[in-house]
Design a protein around this ligand. Structure first.
Ligand SMILES: [Zn+2]
Ligand SMILES: [Zn+2]
Length: 345
């Protein structure tokens, strides 16, 4: 089967690899219909990763059709249309029951040499009963993009909002205008935020943020950005920040725009981020929360809203490529010529 393999920074190739096959009775094989390229795929693309000689199978976001199930799988069967969250989990252990599926005792992540990647014609799904979420068969083609976002970016934006304790009446800032940040705007609005400030500079992304419910835009950087947020919030700062970038600079911005007692929900994978112990975190009674989103925990409620048409996160996709064109998709996202790329098999 064909799959995207990354051999080093900037080096993604489509290669013929052995077919995905069942190795455990709890596995399923899903034939991918749509996959996507994630902002987090750009970290290894830009050199923040180790690559073995065999390369790294890429991709952790896909929807598709179950082709085959292992002997112990009960909840899905061949022919079902399903979504796979970016982490697999049994959905039954103590951590899954607590809603932290990304820490499942029998779980793990897609997009590595152990499990394989979703930017491929097919993928092996460990813990299929716990991992896969059934989607309505015959769903409208126009819904595919939004369904695909449930596997990561929409769930991750939602996790940022949940861990930042977004609630009715709150003033919220979203740091990062990538796909996750934009989905964070959707999530903040969905949870009833009164004010949603998007911090970003790209005109088309800002326009989308406004469409998703952003009430204010802060396009400055550094101290000017901080001043602008203060001005927009009566001088107090925001109650909640969704940190959707993961750099030290973005974290310092988050720490500068919060009011006392605020919560910061982090979903951008931190890279060399330094969080001071005393000021402002301790002094201002801040909550710093977040982590890898337990997408599985949120998929049912978010799927409901996508099917109802009350949210349309699929609008974050602005380019569609074939599997052969995946290397071009990476290039476009790396050069910021595309916001998020969908792969149509
Ligand atoms: Zn992702
Ligand atoms: Zn579990």
């Amino acid at each position: 089967m064909l799959a995207a393999i990354m051999y080093g920074p900037g080096d993604v190739r489509i290669e013929n690899i052995p077919d995905a096959r069942i190795t455990q009775p709890t596995d399923a094989i899903v034939r991918t219909t749509y996959a996507s390229i994630c902002g987090s795929d750009l970290w290894p693309y830009r050199g923040y990763a180790e690559f073995g000689a065999a390369g790294r199978p890429m991709g952790h976001e896909a929807i598709g059709v179950v082709e085959e199930v292992g002997a112990a799988v009960r909840n899905v069967r061949a022919g079902d249309f399903v979504a796979m969250p970016f982490a697999f989990s049994d959905n039954t252990c103590v951590h899954c029951q607590a809603g932290i599926h990304t820490s499942c005792l029998h779980g793990g992540f897609f997009g590595n040499s152990e499990v394989g990647g979703a930017q491929a014609e097919a993928i092996r799904i460990p813990q299929a009963d716990g991992t896969l979420v059934a989607l309505p068969g015959g769903a409208d083609e126009a819904l595919m993009a939004s369904l695909l976002t449930l596997t990561d970016v929409m769930a991750t934006g939602h996790h940022a909002a949940v861990t930042a304790r977004v609630a009715p009446g709150k003033a919220v800032a979203v740091v990062g205008d990538g796909a996750v940040g934009l989905c964070g705007v959707i999530a903040a609005r969905r949870l009833g935020a009164e004010q949603i400030i998007i911090m970003g500079r790209h005109e088309d992304r800002i326009a989308l943020a406004r469409r998703f419910g952003a009430t204010d835009v802060v396009s400055e950087r550094g101290e000017e950005a901080v001043e602008h947020v203060r001005k927009l919030t009566g001088g107090y700062g925001v109650h909640a920040v969704l940190e959707c970038v993961g750099t030290d600079q973005s974290m310092q911005t988050c720490l500068s725009i919060v009011r006392p007692g605020a919560a910061i929900g982090r979903v951008g994978v931190p890279h060399e981020v330094d969080i001071p112990a005393l000021a402002p975190t301790f002094v201002k009674n801040l909550t710093i929360s977040g982590g890898p989103a337990p997408a599985r925990a949120y998929m049912d409620e978010l799927l409901h809203d996508v099917l109802e048409g009350t949210i349309e996160p699929g609008l974050v996709f602005d380019r569609v490529v074939s599997l052969d064109e995946v290397p071009d998709g990476y290039r476009a996202m790396d050069e910021r010529k595309a916001l998020k790329v969908m792969v149509k098999m």
